[in-house]
Design a protein around this ligand. Structure first.
Ligand SMILES: [Cu+2]
Length: 723
């Protein structure tokens, strides 16, 4: 199979030509990111074809057939002599949980419109300090009932050295990394330090950030926009306006990171994450609870079968999500509960704690043996600076694997059980993950969670299913099955030859052979077993975890069908709210439409249950579909429940639509109101209009009527009536 990347053996002249073409495309990406041209302009100029592909122009398109005998493709990212598995993998950097009395200005139910100076680059004059749309529709819902009891803040910022790294574990549990040593933004010590224009992360630093929260403890996440006011200071990609989506938070829409509720440099946005169980009107007994801080459980309202664990949050800026997330706007959020409290020893009165691998020191949230892993493929130019190419057709693919933003690192482990919370934070790449021993034999592990949710039962595996973009798989590996000094590797078995979707699965032998033309196939993380644990491993892999809520007695209020494919139409009144194709979504047999966040495509009634069919319109693409707000259960794949793998039989928030496939799900619409989204999480597709807005109708004032769409400006947010 071919690859979008040139083989390393390609001739110097071929590589030089490919590099020129890459640079020419980068100029187009830059003009798009600055807003100086639109995709429509490129179409008009003949640079794009009507199918949305880059026109076959030599010196621009890497796939123009040429005289070169050694293959087409784009140039590989130079490695600057870095060898795999020579740097330690950093654990996530935990954001501080702060006491409310230290918050200034104090968070408010409605957006804080206190005027601040608007930078000259954004028009000068005055604008509101908070970018949240003003007024009652965007007020924090149930703010009096769930007043924040802690807050966390972060500033989206250009790359800088980290001098406040807090992994919340000892260096011995962090592969020896000294947290007091400054950490520059670089993918490997032998690679160049990233420029402030190349990488934009939470607080501008690496490692990626982790927020820790628990049920029953409402949190306020204050996100500052510290990006350059001049949109041209972006190194050629990345938009300086952002909207932060707490991926599948069960929160009000004003806190969901709605794609059109973005905010500007100099502003902040207060996201209220109440962290409540879905089904707030229910009391479901002892398992609905949260750690009380002293070995016990505080009972909370809601359905304990809706307990969630592993979340992430990331940018959702309309039409710019792919480049912003790729540039560094991705973080994780561990949610703790009575069931999953992050303490492997506590045996509470009702034996609710599942005692998953974590640690024992703190009442909840021990990270010793509970490790977040963020997988992402990246690419860079000859200068080693992060690069993005929207012309990696139908989905950007990088050629370098990173874990926690480190190039192919190693991680030291003890001979005991570990939990790994694995996030696919790529733009368009799927992974299929296996564990190999030193001789390349596959070794067993256990999947315990899919997306935010612990599965009904653990699923023993020799390899995961293909993991779509934004999916999370929590797995447990028992290193006590191996010896001191042994090394093991996580291996990617999923091969891409373009961004349309996986080309296929390889066997372990094929993946390790080095013969794949996909540079991200093979080993990407090394485990080194360095010692026996100090104390016996008392963690468990429970036989039963979280069963699905039984919805059979709740009537299905409505069945809807969403079809995802190419060739969407556009209509609308406001340029600002309309995305540019070629992707679209058809609802209930209607025309396939390009994204317009002012168009309401579905409006389920508050308090009801519906069944949604998600259908892939074909053409060889693969679409991981994400529906915001409430977890769904998969009723069928391609019409049958028998096709649903065991590891997908819990609740989900991303639904893989295989080539030509369909998924039928059921979900409820409860507790909160407002406007949400449904979209492909191949963010290249999402940004090219495979996104729609739906909203919950009839949730009570002010959500009784179709809601006006926000149009943010640095000088305040205006509203337009929905279409
Ligand atoms: Cu897609």
């Amino acid at each position: 199979m071919g690859s979008i990347y040139l083989p390393e053996s390609a001739s110097k002249a071929r590589q030089r030509d490919a590099e020129n073409a890459r640079r020419n495309r980068a100029e187009i990406v830059r003009e798009l990111s600055w807003g100086r041209v639109s995709r429509r302009d490129l179409l008009k100029w003949g640079l794009f074809t009507s199918a949305g592909l880059l026109a076959p122009i030599g010196g621009l398109n890497p796939f123009v057939r040429t005289a070169w005998a050694d293959g087409d493709g784009i140039p590989r990212s130079p490695l600057f002599g870095a060898k795999p598995f020579t740097q330690p993998m950093p654990r996530f950097d935990v954001l501080e949980r702060q006491s409310m009395d230290l918050m200034s200005p104090m968070c408010l139910p409605e957006a804080n419109t206190t005027p601040i100076k608007v930078p000259d680059e954004l028009g000068g004059g005055w604008g509101p300090c908070e970018g949240r749309p003003p007024g009652p529709v965007w007020a924090h819902q149930q703010f009096d009932r769930f007043p924040p009891s802690i807050w966390v803040e972060a500033t989206q910022a250009p790359a800088k050295t980290n001098i406040t790294y807090n992994p919340r574990v000892l260096p011995t549990l962090n592969s020896g990394i000294d947290p007091s040593a400054p950490i520059p933004v670089q993918f490997h010590p032998s690679m160049p330090i990233q420029l402030p224009t190349s990488v934009w992360t939470f607080n501008g630093t690496i490692p990626p950030k982790l927020v820790m929260g628990r049920y029953g403890e409402p949190m306020l996440f204050r996100h500052h926009n510290g990006l350059p006011a001049d949109c041209k200071k972006n190194g050629g990609f990345g938009r300086h306006t952002i909207s932060t989506h707490e991926h599948n938070g069960h929160h009000g829409a004003e806190n969901d990171g709605f794609t059109g509720a973005y905010f500007f440099p100099g502003q902040f946005y207060d996201y209220h994450w109440p962290i409540v169980l879905a089904g707030q009107t229910m009391d479901t007994g002892a398992k609905a609870g949260t750690p009380d801080g002293s070995g016990g459980v505080t009972h909370i309202p809601g359905d304990w079968r809706e307990t969630m664990s592993t979340h992430w949050f990331h940018d959702h800026m309309f039409s710019y999500t792919a480049q912003n997330v790729y540039k560094g706007n991705a973080a994780m959020f561990n949610i703790y509960s009575a069931l999953d409290r992050g303490n492997e020893e506590i045996d509470d009165t009702n034996h609710v704690n599942l005692r998953l691998p974590s640690g024992t020191k703190a009442d909840w949230g021990n990270l010793d043996y509970d490790v977040n892993l963020m997988l992402a493929d990246k690419a860079w130019g000859p200068d080693g600076q992060l690069a993005f190419d929207i012309f990696n057709f139908d989905g950007f693919l990088g050629d370098v694997m990173t874990v926690n933003l480190a190039y192919k690192p190693f991680f030291q482990v003890e001979r005991r059980k570990y939990r790994f919370r694995i996030l696919n934070a790529s733009v368009a790449r799927f992974f299929k993950i296996a564990l190999a021993d030193a001789s390349g034999r596959a070794q067993p592990f256990v999947q315990i969670a899919n997306d935010g949710n612990l599965l009904p039962q653990p699923v023993p595996l020799m390899a995961t299913d293909q993991m779509g973009i934004a999916e999370r798989f929590d797995i447990i590996i028992d290193f006590s099955n191996f010896g001191l000094g042994d090394t093991l590797h996580l291996v990617n078995l999923c091969e891409h030859d373009d961004g349309r979707g996986p080309d296929g699965n390889l066997s372990m032998g094929e993946a390790l052979s080095g013969r794949s033309s996909d540079p991200c196939v093979g080993r990407f993380l090394e485990f080194k077993i360095v010692r026996n644990p100090d104390k016996p491993d008392t963690s468990r892999i429970p036989e039963e975890m979280i069963p699905n809520p039984d919805l059979t007695n709740i009537p299905v209020a409505r069945v809807r069908t969403f079809k995802f494919g190419r060739g969407g139409k556009q209509s609308g009144r406001y340029r600002e709210t309309m995305g540019e194709g070629p992707w679209g979504i058809s609802v209930d047999g209607g025309d396939k439409m390009d994204a317009n966040y002012n168009r309401i495509s579905a409006a389920p009634k508050f308090g009801t249950r519906e069944v949604w069919h998600l259908v892939n319109d074909g053409g060889g693409w693969d679409h991981p579909i994400h529906i915001h707000f409430e977890e769904g259960q998969i009723l069928a794949r391609n019409g049958s429940f028998a096709n649903v793998p065991l590891a997908e039989r819990g609740r989900k928030d991303v639904y893989r639509l295989h080539e030509g496939g369909s998924v039928t799900i059921t979900m409820q619409f409860r507790d909160w109101g407002g406007m949400f989204m449904e979209h492909c999480h191949n963010t290249s597709h999402e940004d090219s209009a495979m996104l729609l807005r739906w909203e919950i109708n009839g949730g009570g004032d002010p959500y009784l009527k179709p809601l006006p769409a926000p149009i943010p400006t640095p000088h305040g947010v205006t509203f337009e009536d929905p279409e």
